[in-house]
Ligand binder design. Structure first.
Ligand code: FEO
Ligand code: CA
Ligand code: CA
Length: 633
């Protein structure tokens, strides 16, 4: 989801460095041969690829064409099977989907709205099955005007209590069993794994430094340790021990009202954009009105850990990973056993983080592994022009993180992680989205989606374009695969946008076709062969649909994009997730039919049902190669 316009700009580091100076700085490190390569227009070649070269198999598929229309398209030789749609039942007692008679009770038994992250937990197939697993899907937000048949003329103020409850039941996540027989996947209704997690109805506990803190206490929870639900779950992660992480992102938009004059949370909420006022649920439910329940927003903006094997287990919000607009949370076990979680804060001029656990992963100690995210250190990234990344600790008492600046404890540092990172001098980025570590190569892929607000005076080495409508992808390399390193190296993989328009200053491998470049990278996945795939949210600003691109990372192909899948009009693409064998790729089609003026009665497409009167439905598709085998070969 793109952030809305009513959010304040973050304080930014002022710099007078010109793009030419930045290029010069980068080139001096690369040397003359690299200079010749850069002149030829190639994207970020050289030492980094040598560090990470693994002889990846090439992308041989025939790419799809650029464009946009009412439906989806996938590269020839592959099929896209519709697996599950918003409103489809997860339980046999769920009512049939009726968009004109939606209720919260029905939605709590059905697949939720605006699917985003997809995780896959393999299970042992039973007799007659070829493959079996648990799918973990986030439901990020509700597009009320598309989802609900009558939101009133004064939306959002005209939303009813029942409509708001339905929306909140459509947030959260769906955990459900899926099985494959031959080429066909299907959801298993009533599987003992099936579960809906929602914004209202799923009690969850808080862990870590801020659990129980007075700033998290409310009328409903005077202990500050239990929250009813999670919302705005954007991307996420699957941990090495097989749990599901849900990232709470644009939670500020759900709150309305005004803080009492001089309230302690004033600085905190201004920095977080609370109250966003995008929804008016607070008219009916006090917790969404900061005038009535001023601490409630501090209970959102966390990483939530879910046990997908046990639908009765209360999810846990881990405050040690900081509170910000979490895009995702992909993790890796470092060589010494510590677990490292990479995270982006998706706002213009916000930051890239990594959390390093105090404890060490031990496959023989599954219960202990589930405590790994309760204690550790959160670091924020400073990207320097010499190609290094310094990781700065958000630790109470470190540098400016003291009472003099309003940080009285580690709880304060975690609750106001953004303000702490400001003081540490982290690099304000062009909207960090997915940050994906690849344990096989020691690389971490960072999606920076766009930032049209960056000015010429605000460009820096890692964010080198003003009015950046296209985004860039950074490769971060941890030295010798040590993900706990506090100094890393970085390099551009691509600078997105149309390479044929010099003023865009895009950077792609010249082998990239007119279909192969894109804008606004958002989510990504590394397939089992080690190859990178990137999905977009905002490519429509270039006049074409969002979709999925294969993106070469090594050798002479490095920086070459190839178009693989295209969304129906209005949709962004989320959650690319390969099964362990690499022969199924699950994709999340989010907000199909959206667009300027799009409504329940007049969507820009009625994908995927194409029935009059039926709204478009966010859905998961399963991509398979015809006849089976690895995707995209
Ligand atoms: Fe929810 Fe950052 O996209
Ligand atoms: Ca998005
Ligand atoms: Ca996203």
């Amino acid at each position: 989801m793109d952030e809305r316009e009513n959010l304040p700009l973050n304080p930014c580091v002022e710099t007078q460095t010109t793009l030419e100076e930045l290029v010069s700085l980068r080139l001096s490190r690369r040397g003359l041969i690299r200079s010749a390569i850069a002149t030829a227009g190639l994207a970020g070649l050289g030492g980094m690829q040598a560090l990470a070269a693994h002889g990846l198999p090439p992308f041989r598929f025939t790419e799809i064409s650029r464009g946009v229309d009412h439906t989806h398209h996938v590269a020839a030789g592959h099929d896209a099977q519709l697996l599950i749609r918003w409103g489809d039942p997860l339980f046999s007692d769920a009512p049939a989907f009726d968009p004109h008679a939606q209720t919260a009770a029905a939605q709590r038994r059905q697949f939720g709205y605006n699917n985003d992250f997809i995780g896959y937990i393999p299970l042992v197939p039973e007799a007659g099955q070829d493959e079996r697993g648990i799918l973990c899907v986030n439901h990020e937000y509700t597009t009320s005007l598309l989802m609900l048949p009558d939101v009133g003329d004064e939306y959002p103020a005209s939303i009813t209590a029942a409509q708001g409850a339905t929306e909140r039941a459509a947030h959260g996540g769906s955990v459900f069993e899926v099985v494959r027989q031959g080429d066909q996947w299907q959801a298993v209704i009533d599987s003992p794994y099936n579960r809906r997690i929602t914004a209202d109805s799923t009690p969850m506990t808080l862990t870590g430094p801020a659990a129980g803190h007075e700033r998290l206490r409310t009328g409903d929870d005077p202990e500050g340790r239990t929250v009813a639900g999670t919302m705005n779950n954007c991307a996420g992660g699957i941990t090495p021990w097989g749990t599901y992480l849900m990232a709470e992102e644009n939670v500020n938009g759900n709150f309305m009202g005004s803080l009492p004059e001089g309230h302690r949370e004033t600085r905190n909420y201004e920095r977080f954009g609370v109250p966003g006022g995008w929804y008016a649920w607070g008219q009916h439910v006090d917790r969404y009105d900061v005038g009535k329940e001023p601490n409630e927003p501090n209970r959102f903006g966390w990483i939530v850990e879910v046990d997908p094997h046990n639908p009765q287990a209360a999810p846990r919000k881990h405050t040690a990973l900081g509170r910000f607009k979490h895009e995702g949370a992909e993790s890796v076990v470092a060589p010494n056993g510590q677990v490292v979680v990479y995270m982006g804060d998706d706002q213009r001029f916000d930051y890239v983080y990594k959390f390093i656990s105090k404890g060490r992963y031990d496959p023989a100690q599954p219960a202990a592994n589930r405590e790994l995210l309760t204690e550790g250190t959160l670091y924020v990234a400073r990207f320097d022009a010499d190609g290094t990344v310094s990781w700065l600790p958000l630790r109470h008492g470190y540098g400016p993180l003291t009472a003099a600046n309003g940080f009285h404890s580690q709880a304060d540092v975690m609750i106001e992680a953004r303000s702490a990172a400001d003081l540490l001098g982290a690099t304000p980025m062009d909207r960090p989205e997915d940050v994906e570590p690849d344990p096989r190569s020691g690389s971490v892929w960072i999606m920076l989606t766009n930032n049209y607000r960056r000015t010429e005076a605000q460009v820096d080495a890692a964010n080198p374009r003003a009015a950046n409508n296209w985004g860039q992808i950074i490769q971060l390399v941890e030295p010798e695969g040590d993900f706990t390193a506090l100094r890393s190296r970085w390099e551009f993989l691509v600078r997105c946008g149309d390479p044929k328009q010099p003023e865009v200053m895009a950077s792609w491998n010249p082998a990239t076709s007119d279909n192969g470049w894109f804008g606004s990278p958002d989510n990504c996945a590394v397939d089992p062969a080690g190859r990178l795939w990137v999905s977009t949210d905002g490519n429509s600003s270039t006049g074409a649909a969002d979709g999925l691109w294969a993106l070469s990372t090594e050798g002479t192909e490095r920086g070459t994009g190839k178009a693989f899948f295209r969304c129906p009009v209005g949709a962004e693409l989320c959650g690319p997730r390969f099964t362990p064998g690499g022969d199924t790729l699950f994709l999340a089609i989010q907000h199909p039919g959206d667009g300027d003026g799009a409504t329940f009665d007049a969507p820009s497409t009625r994908w995927p049902d194409f029935e009059d009167g039926k709204p478009p439905r966010p859905s998961i598709v399963a991509i398979r190669r015809k006849g089976g085998g690895p995707i995209g070969i």
